[in-house]
Structures are given as C-alpha cells and as structure tokens.
Design a protein around this ligand. Structure first.
Ligand code: FES
Length: 97
C-alpha cells in the first residue's frame, strides 16, 4: 500500500501495490484524461512522477514510444495507465487533461 499525492492540489489517494496510477486516480474521482482507456495509445494520461520513481514499474517499449510522440515530455514523464505502484509513496503532477 502506498499513498499517491497529486500536486499542486495536494489530494491523496491510497494505492494498493500492483495497481496502476490511472486506475487509482479514476477510482478516487480525480479528473485525468484517459482517451484510450489505458492501452498506452493516446498519451492523454501524461503525468510527471516527481517522487517515488524507484518503486514503480519500469517504462516498457509501448509507453516509451507513446511518450516520444507526446508534447511536453520531460525526464520525469510517465503515462499514468502504465505505471504499476510499488510500496513507496508517490508524488505526481497531472500534465494532460
Ligand atoms: S490512457 Fe491512453 S495512454 Fe494512458
């Protein structure tokens, strides 16, 4: 179990280990785009993973390819639908709505 904190609002969500960030946020009522419903095909769930990067799943080829086509990508960019939560608390910023 970990806690996902969304900046700048400071809202927090409890996340079970093994769940993905997008599913956790949607279940909690957070407004985050997800046009392809979590298939790494749209890039609309773009987030910056500010803290906790060591505990989450590594970027896989499909996510990497989609990020390459996404506007505003930085070194902390991830697709929320592709990030599997570990045991460490996370801090994120939603970049695309
Ligand atoms: S919901 Fe489309 S890439 Fe995540």
């Amino acid at each position: 179990m970990s806690v996902i904190t969304v900046q700048p609002s400071g809202k927090t969500y409890q996340a079970a280990s093994g769940s993905n960030i997008l599913a956790v946020l949607l279940a909690g009522g957070e407004a985050i785009a997800h046009k392809c419903d979590g298939k790494a095909e749209c890039g609309s769930c773009h987030i910056s993973l500010i803290d906790g990067r060591k505990s989450v799943s590594k970027i896989q080829p499909a996510e990497n390819e989609r990020l390459d086509m996404t506007v505003g990508v930085g070194s902390k960019s991830r697709l929320a639908c592709q990030v599997i939560v570990g045991e460490e608390d996370l801090t994120i910023e939603i970049l695309s709505i």
